[in-house]
Design a protein around this ligand. Structure first.
Ligand code: UT7
Length: 326
């Protein structure tokens, strides 16, 4: 038995912040941002919108497309680094708002790789028959932890959520095949939010140092990202006996167009096979993969059985790749 992605959904908040808007905040230009990242605009959650609100909207759309009653969901896992509260989980808030009593619900933290990690965990439960279905969500409001005075980071991030419904299938040639996850904890310091946690609880010092915002060594992240993504994509392809030429579609974490171009070039996969939307949304962290999957799905990009290569990387560093047959 395998898990099939039986429905997808996504949500982006209404407010749009363009590169021209960011030019008014920090010393940057639309041209620089487009050339270095490919990003033209991003969506920003309204003050009253929390991560669970984004997650809930995406979840409802995914459940609708899978024709699954919210009350029947048996497992909810949310990848996020911007939960509504330190605890309880976004997943618990979503479960409550869906009016569901059946599902066990929890969040996991793997930054931008969060939804790929969540997919992999949920796949283990669904494909072994432990649950009949699972709701996998990636949701982040990264603009809430963005330092709007730091031009190295504030140009990159946007808010959103994406969701997938997993169901078991015995149909040959369909479902989630191989997923491989990796972490290199020696790289914690190159991408993190250092303040406001148990190491350095919220204090005047944290506020003064602005350490409750994302800190990133962009150049290092860039280098690690290309190498790690290429390696893990090769790993999942080899596990399935596939070559890059067999890959029909690529659904990748939308971090930076140059990272994706370099990765695809090394893998010798034409860029046209990779669905891109970072020009509209920026880097939406854990939301990125399922938002992209939903957009491509709703555009009719996938046929049953199509081999799809999924990949993501984020703070930790945490990364992975997956081969799914639609
Ligand atoms: O999900 C993972 C999350 N993180 C990422 O994906 C980030 C990965 N890294 C990147 O995407 C890129 O490293 C960035 C887009 C963040 C930066 O691009 P880069 O080509 O690596 O630029 P850089 O950091 O090497 O900076 C080049 C120059 C510097 O000036 P000097 O030192 O050469 O005079 C920066 O100060 O560009 C300057 N710069 C900017 N200029 C205009 C940095 N940020 C900006 C900016 N506008 N926003």
């Amino acid at each position: 038995m395998r898990s099939l992605i039986a429905g997808t959904g996504s949500y982006a908040p209404a407010k749009i912040l363009t590169n021209a808007d960011i030019e008014k905040l920090v010393d940057t230009s639309d041209q620089w941002i487009v050339e270095r990242t490919g990003i033209r605009q991003r969506h920003v959650a309204a003050p009253e919108e929390a991560t669970s609100d984004l997650a809930l909207a995406a979840a409802r759309r995914a459940l609708e497309s899978a024709k699954l009653d919210p009350a029947d969901v048996e497992m909810i896992v949310v990848g996020t680094v911007t939960p509504d509260y330190q605890f309880p989980s976004v997943a618990a808030v979503v479960q409550g708002k869906l009016g569901n009593k059946k599902a066990f619900a929890f969040d996991l933290t793997a930054a931008c790789a969060g939804s790929l990690y969540a997919l992999s965990i949920a796949d283990r439960f669904v494909s072994t028959g432990a649950v009949k279905n699972a709701l996998v969500i990636g949701a982040d409001a990264l603009t809430r932890i963005t330092d709007w005075t730091d031009r190295n980071t504030c140009i990159l991030f946007g808010d959103g959520a994406g969701a997938m419904v997993l169901r078991p299938t015995d149909e040959p040639g369909r479902g989630v095949l191989t997923t491989r996850l990796h972490t290199d904890g020696s790289l914690v310091s190159i991408l993190l939010m250092p303040g406001g946690g148990s190491r350095d609880p919220l204090s005047q010092k944290v506020l003064d140092e602005r350490s409750h915002f994302v800190k990133m060594n962009g150049r290092e992240v860039f280098k690690v990202a290309v190498r790690a993504l290429v390696e893990s994509c090769r790993e999942v392809l080899a596990a399935e006996g596939l070559t890059p030429a067999d890959v029909k579609h690529v659904i990748a974490h939308q971090a930076n167009k140059r990272i994706l171009d370099a990765t695809l070039e090394r893998l010798e996969i034409p860029a046209s096979r990779c669905w891109m939307n970072l020009e509209k949304y920026g880097n939406t962290s854990a939301a990125s993969v399922p938002m992209t999957l939903d957009e491509a799905n709703r555009a009719g990009w996938f046929q049953p059985g199509d081999p799809i290569l999924m990949m993501a990387i984020g703070g930790g560093m945490a990364w992975g790749a997956s081969i799914v047959r639609w």
